[in-house]
Write a protein that binds this ligand. Structure first.
Ligand SMILES: CC(C)(COP(=O)(O)OP(=O)(O)OC[C@H]1O[C@@H](n2cnc3c(N)ncnc32)[C@H](O)[C@@H]1OP(=O)(O)O)[C@@H](O)C(=O)NCCC(=O)NCCS
Length: 411
């Protein structure tokens, strides 16, 4: 079996038939197949590896060149997608070989982190990925937002089709990328699909000339539901302006739904607001995202708390090895000579670390869970993600306080 990287022009004949079989209604008619060709420009910058033998293409893995905020630093993130094997070639190790090659090659090209939406998390847990929270869908009645209808808010609203407002929307997401932990963005060549499909409304909240909130949505009919996607806000004013806009639909729709980060509390948005908040995780169609670190050293400089610990990452082809992690000390004296208090310094090898520095043994999923802020060090041994003695747990808890990542991009 040979693994090779496809050109964009090869996709329709080599990778799409296998991915189409796995993810679309099939078999497709000749007209549907032809229509599919129009998607080619949205794949231009993607990386696709295929496994081939004498009988043709057996399996495929694609990846999107994305960016993600991890504790304040913006990193190249590899978004894995379109993982599929032809039905007769399944369970022969093709995808294992493809994913292993993809992660290794892309780590060497500078990708520090990777994320995906799993059809079954246990499959990707074998590759060191750890679960991240899935955003909540919140449903409420516009009538409950009555108090906002006449509120005098210091800002304005713009209401457009997404094609018109796309540039502002994209610029706003670029700003959130620099400020929100976990936030990830599709590459331009893929993101413009939203503009080109032009099948959504966009409402934008603006204050002092700056976008402070944005929501894309559709309406399914009179008396029906306003179906919002991610309600993106930069501050409470942005949220209040968007909610005021939604309140104006009181005589038009019965329900409103919007998507919010997992750590959001919509019941606190307004007085008398009744809500229903739901997280649905269903396999294989609606998985919660997973992510992992591909390079520990690349994380140098991210925002961390005080602490100093030695970690030994085991059982992983990409990040195995020893590292001294140093966030400086809040006491000043005795702080590591690292990147400075509040910023992570990483010293590979860490052989010279003083014997007094506590040590933890972690799997790739274990270090990823801490970096992404989704698990406490005490949870790691319970999940099979490492061995963390109490002194090391205390340092790791201080270095990597729990914080909920909000991944945003769906791919
Ligand atoms: C899921 C799929 C991609 C697996 O491809 P494959 O080439 O058969 O996978 P491999 O043979 O390389 O299996 C890799 C490992 O995962 C395991 N595995 C395979 N399917 C699994 C599943 N559904 N759940 C958990 N583990 C699984 C294998 O046992 C193997 O483990 P091992 O290396 O310890 O032996 C393939 O069955 C497929 O195309 N399914 C339909 C499309 C799909 O769901 N894609 C995933 C989208 S995220």
């Amino acid at each position: 079996m040979k693994i090779r990287r496809l050109t964009n022009e090869e996709r329709p004949t080599l990778s799409w038939p296998i991915q189409g079989y796995a993810f679309e209604r099939s078999p497709m008619s000749a007209t549907e197949l032809e229509k599919y060709q129009e998607h080619l420009p949205y794949h231009e910058g993607n990386v696709t590896l295929v496994a081939e033998d004498d009988g043709g293409t057996r399996a495929v893995v694609s990846a999107l060149p994305m960016r993600q905020n991890v504790r304040g630093g913006v990193f190249a993130m590899l978004g894995i997608t379109g993982v599929a094997t032809q039905p007769l070639a399944r369970r022969q190790g093709h995808v294992r070989a493809l994913v292993t090659r993809m992660l290794g090659d892309m780590r060497d090209e500078g990708y520090a982190v990777t994320a995906l939406y799993p059809f079954r998390p246990s499959f990707y847990a074998r590759f060191g990925y750890v679960g991240l929270p899935r955003p909540r869908t919140v449903r409420f009645s516009p009538a409950d937002l009555g108090e906002l209808l006449r509120a005098d808010l210091p800002g304005e609203l713009r209401w457009q089709r997404i094609r018109e407002g796309y540039d502002d929307y994209r610029a706003f997401t670029e700003r959130l990328l620099t400020s929100r932990h976990g936030f990830s963005l599709l590459p331009d060549h893929r993101a413009v699909q939203l503009r080109d499909r032009d099948d959504r409304w966009l409402v934008t909240a603006v204050a002092d000339g700056e976008v402070v909130g944005a929501l894309t949505y559709t309406i399914d009919g009179h008396g029906g539901t306003l179906l919002g996607e991610d309600m993106l806000t930069a501050n409470p004013l942005g949220r209040a302006l968007l909610l005021q806009f939604l309140a104006r639909h009181v005589d038009q729709v019965d329900r409103i739904s919007v998507v919010v980060p997992a750590d959001e509390s919509p019941e606190l948005w307004a007085t008398d607001l009744a809500i229903q908040s739901e997280t649905r995780v269903v396999f294989p169609t609606l998985g919660a995202p997973m992510a992992r670190v591909l390079s520990v050293e690349a994380l140098r400089g991210i925002s961390v708390g005080p602490g100093r610990v030695r970690i030994e990452v085991v059982d992983d082809p990409y990040v195995a090895g020893a590292y001294l992690l140093d966030g400086g000390s809040d006491l000043g004296a005795g702080a590591g000579a690292g990147a400075g208090a509040g910023r992570l310094d990483v010293t590979p090898g860490a052989g010279g670390a003083a014997a007094s520095v506590p040590t933890a043994t972690l799997t790739a999923a274990g270090i990823s869970a801490l970096v992404y802020g989704v698990l406490d060090p005490d949870e790691l041994p319970l999940r099979g993600f490492g061995d963390v003695p109490a002194p090391a747990a205390a340092q790791l808890r201080s270095l990597f306080p729990r914080t909920m990542p909000y991944i945003f991009a769906d791919f």
